[in-house]
Design a protein around this ligand. Structure first.
Ligand code: BYC
Length: 477
């Protein structure tokens, strides 16, 4: 096994696929179904475009990617695992100290399959959600970035499908087929997790999604990268290197929208949202409402505050905490407690529970810390423009559908509300039909002249791979 990728094979890989003919044939059978799914559900009308994409050529830290024009259906989707670590041991739970597993232990087959399927399901879901956005891109630079994100989500699906085919026999092959059959938002056969069935109707939603929801991906992948099932850990380690670009796209995308709005407000000395809209940029309260929505549906992705599933995953060494190996404790959590928060006596209060049962809550709190830092960076654009407005993260109980808070209405400030108060308030806190219609009205066509950007977004600071901003990132042919 090497770091470099074998592009001579029909399915590029660094797992010596050619040595396992049965597996290779099974994946070659799945491949045309995948391409069929890509044609049906991948980026609309993009088949013949040449897109300036990066492709993995090696999993080594240096030079793992090359940039070139590629037609997306010809993208070299494949199977890449980070190199194995010699003598790696399981770092947590009851199996702590034992050698990691290179095959699936029989007793953990079902929970491991479930984790891999849940992870895998999110990848095609996000491509489906973003399918139409190329038709309203604000620039060639942004168009290229969404396509890069889409092809890499496709590759992340390949990563999970490889694990299913290689380690889970017939069940795994069936699950791999089902991953191509579920559809985001479909009433009869939806994607598994809630946020992946929500529409991504416009570019503000796309950037919020890549900032908030892709970052859940980062935290979940980092937890799975600690797994005692070594092939899962290694594939997640490589996926994390690709994920970093997606979050860059989200953070800078929202940041550029905020910057443009703040600059226009300062230039024209206006703060009234209607006047701001009249100048063709997105008012800050609308950005705040989108933030509230995407943040809250993403918090749901971490699961219930108290979860026996999470405790079982951890105890058995299948899914660790964020940066598990670097944490200084017993890695067994026999005695530790954790504050998960709860609603008691009409108020949000703290509540300590055994830390082992609170692993979802802990991962969510780690995530919230990182998200807050990004929001602080967005606020700097507003501050620089000399405006008093600030974007804020709502309380973690706000607008939740999973966990303790799902049975309560919580205001963005963390106050427990009556149904009536919620009914009235939520209109100001979540995007309305009018907000969506306004944002859509700004994005009715696409901007494709090299170096030009739509009025509602600032240009980025630099191009991709040191190319100039007026580079032809996509050729439409
Ligand atoms: N929606 O004990 P509970 C990414 C279900 S994103 C619907 O609370 P658990 C990406 C749950 O399945 C990262 N259902 O939760 C980002 C369970 O169902 P069953 C994706 C939900 O199991 C952008 C029941 O409720 N990766 O990569 O501790 C673009 C009770 O569950 C939801 C992963 O999620 C929900 N939000 O944890 C592209 C990692 N939440 O079994 C990609 C793998 C919970 O009773 N998954 N349920 O039928 C996991 O680790 C866990 O499955 C979860 C849930 C953290 C998701």
């Amino acid at each position: 096994m090497t770091g470099s990728v074998n592009y001579g094979d029909r399915i590029p890989n660094n797992v010596d696929l050619g040595r396992d003919r049965v597996l290779q044939r099974a994946l070659e059978h799945w491949q045309p179904q995948y391409i069929g799914w890509w044609y049906d559900m991948g980026p609309a009308e993009s088949r013949g475009y040449d897109v300036y994409l990066r492709t993995a050529i090696s999993v080594e830290p240096e030079g793992w990617a090359v940039f070139d024009y590629v037609k997306m259906p010809d993208y070299r989707w494949g199977i890449f695992l980070a190199p194995p670590e010699a003598d790696r041991a399981i770092n947590f739970g009851v199996n702590k100290g034992r050698q990691v597993w290179s095959e699936v232990p029989g007793e953990y087959r079902s929970p491991l399959r479930r984790l891999i399927v849940t992870q895998g399901d999110t990848e095609p879901a996000s491509v489906e959600q973003q399918r139409m956005l190329g038709m309203s891109c604000p620039s060639l630079y942004d168009l290229r970035n969404i396509y890069q994100v889409n092809v890499e989500e496709g590759r992340h699906l390949w990563a999970m499908v490889y694990l299913l085919h290689r380690y889970f026999g017939r069940d795994g092959r069936e699950e791999a087929e089902a991953l191509l059959e579920r559809r985001s938002g479909d009433e009869d056969n939806p994607r598994i997790l809630g946020a992946f069935n929500e529409p991504t109707p416009d570019w503000l939603a796309f950037y919020m999604f890549t900032f908030f929801t892709d970052r859940d991906g980062k935290f979940q992948l980092a937890s799975l990268a600690e797994s005692g099932f070594d092939p899962l850990a290694r594939t997640c380690r490589f996926m994390l290197t690709e994920e970093a670009h997606h979050m860059f796209v989200g953070e800078t995308g929202v940041g550029r929208i905020v910057q443009r709005t703040a600059d226009v407000m300062a230039e024209h000395k206006i703060e009234n949202p209607d006047q701001v809209r009249d100048l063709g940029v997105i008012d800050l309260p609308t950005i705040q409402r989108y933030l509230n929505f995407h943040y809250s549906v993403t918090l749901d992705l971490f699961g219930s505050e108290v979860s026996s599933n999470a405790a079982t995953f951890f105890t058995n060494g299948l899914k660790g905490r964020y940066h598990e190996t670097a944490i200084q404790d017993d890695h067994v959590l026999a005695e530790a407690m954790y504050d998960v928060g709860d609603v008691a006596g009409g108020n949000v209060a703290s509540k300590d529970v055994p830390a082992l049962s609170a692993l979802n809550a802990r991962l969510r709190d780690d995530y919230i810390g990182e998200v807050q830092a990004g929001v602080d960076r967005w606020n700097r654009h507003i501050e620089h423009a000399g405006l008093p407005y600030r974007l804020t993260l709502p309380h973690k109980g706000f607008h939740r559908a999973i966990g303790y808070f799902a049975d309560h209405h919580i205001s963005p400030e963390g106050r427990v509300l009556t149904d009536d108060e919620w009914e009235r308030g939520s209109r100001a806190w979540l995007p309305s039909e009018r907000d969506y219609a306004f944002v859509q009205s700004l994005m009715s066509g696409r901007v494709v002249e090299p170096g030009k950007f739509a009025n509602w977004i600032a240009p980025p600071r630099t191009g991709i791979n040191r190319q100039p901003l007026d580079f032809q990132y996509v050729r439409f042919n």
